[in-house]
Design a protein around this ligand. Structure first.
Ligand code: NAP
Length: 341
């Protein structure tokens, strides 16, 4: 006799990532009980149709989040809508007010204790009051933090950690393209992106890595520069062709020094790819001994969504509050996702 039952999930955000997650959740026996989105092309449609399952799920995508959140007892809501803490906070708050656990792929919520302390602490207090957990995960969880951390566990002394991640902005929606300055002229990029002191995704991930390694940050700096393509490239996400004088995206370089003496440097390059370009994730841990890992062509969107699905049990088991992944157990693979009775 099994003493487990299905995990019930609401999906908030049924775009590129949400659609992959629908498939992955169902394959692992998770019950999707509601779907929320605001995009008129998706609202009112069956989630099975939007996710191209080839069959209906009899779940209508709704723009009325309150109706969906109060309609039945969900264990968890997956929020895949926007990239900044300011943008997702209203959604996280709405879910938490119903006492429902949250897993979000919002990049800036990944480790926002220092970059957005006000909203992070508000969220933490609200989640504790409502006895539920909020966690942000995604590609950063394993490929930016836990991968480097696991290599560190076999290293005697670390002088420098260097990471590089590249990804195609066209795999995602407009929110990601906007924070990467896609389509901007050199002057606009300088004004809107380079001189904006708001940190990029790499900053949050770098801080999470330092925390995971038990290191205390002494200083942190970031440089954001535009990257250009050598030829005109059509962008599916922007719905337009980008000229060679328009930013195809952004390179962010984060530089961290720690009181333990280790330096962490992390470059992320997110751009609309030219034909033939592929994602790359590289880590080099320099010290005694030095170890390098180069991952060619990681399927970043799929890895993001599979990580979210595999993280569900940890979030359900975590203490109430805003619980960032540096405090969660190491990620695990699950054949099926269920919850204990
Ligand atoms: N952490 C990670 O590893 C990771 C990986 C991939 C993506 N992301 C982030 O996850 C987010 C979603 O990515 P995506 O590629 O799936 O984007 P997408 O294709 O644009 O899908 C997002 C969907 O959410 C909807 N939405 C946005 N704000 C909403 C709100 N307040 N209420 C209801 N629906 C809302 C959007 O509607 P509209 O089209 O009307 O805006 C869209 O339909 C982005 O911010 C992206 O940067 C994170």
């Amino acid at each position: 006799m099994s003493n487990t039952q299905k995990v019930k999930v609401i999906l908030w955000g049924c775009g590129n990532m949400g659609q992959i997650m629908v498939n992955y959740l169902l394959q692992k026996n998770v019950q999707i009980i509601g779907a929320i989105d605001r995009n008129p092309a998706r609202v009112g449609k069956d989630l099975g149709d939007v996710a191209n399952l080839g069959y209906k799920l009899n779940i209508k995508i709704s723009s009325d989040h309150e109706a969906v959140l109060s309609s039945s007892a969900a264990d968890l809501c997956i929020v895949g809508t926007r990239s900044t803490m300011e943008d997702v906070y209203p959604q996280l708050k709405a879910v938490v007010n119903h006492g429902i656990n949250v897993l979000t792929i919002c990049e800036k919520a990944f480790y926002s204790w220092n970059t957005n302390p006000e909203l992070s602490n508000k969220l933490n207090a609200l989640a504790r009051k409502n006895n539920c957990t909020v966690t942000a995960s995604g590609i950063q969880d394993i490929y930016y933090v836990n991968l480097a951390a696991i290599i560190a566990s076999s290293t005697q002394k670390i002088d420098r950690i260097y990471g590089l991640s590249t990804y195609n902005v066209d795999d995602y929606g407009q929110a990601l393209a906007q924070v990467h300055g896609v389509g901007l002229s050199e002057e606009q990029f300088k004004q809107d992106i380079s001189s904006d002191t708001a940190p990029s995704f790499g900053w949050n991930a770098g801080e999470a890595l330092a925390s995971r390694l038990g290191m205390t940050i002494k200083s942190i700096h970031e440089k954001k520069v535009p990257v250009y393509n050598k030829q005109d490239v059509y962008s599916k996400t922007m719905g337009t062709t980008l000229g060679t004088n328009q930013a195809a995206g952004m390179k962010s370089s984060v530089f961290i020094t720690t009181y333990q003496g280790t330096v962490i440097e992390f470059d992320t390059v997110g751009k609309v790819y030219e034909p033939g370009e592929i994602d790359v994730t590289n880590w080099s841990l320099e010290g005694e001994p030095t170890t390098t890992v180069n991952i060619s062509s990681p399927a970043t969107p799929q890895l993001t969504c599979a990580t979210i699905v595999n993280r569900i049990p940890h979030v359900l088991d975590a203490p109430a509050g805003f619980y960032t992944i540096d405090k969660l157990p190491s990620p695990e693979f699950h054949h099926f996702i269920s919850k204990s009775l």
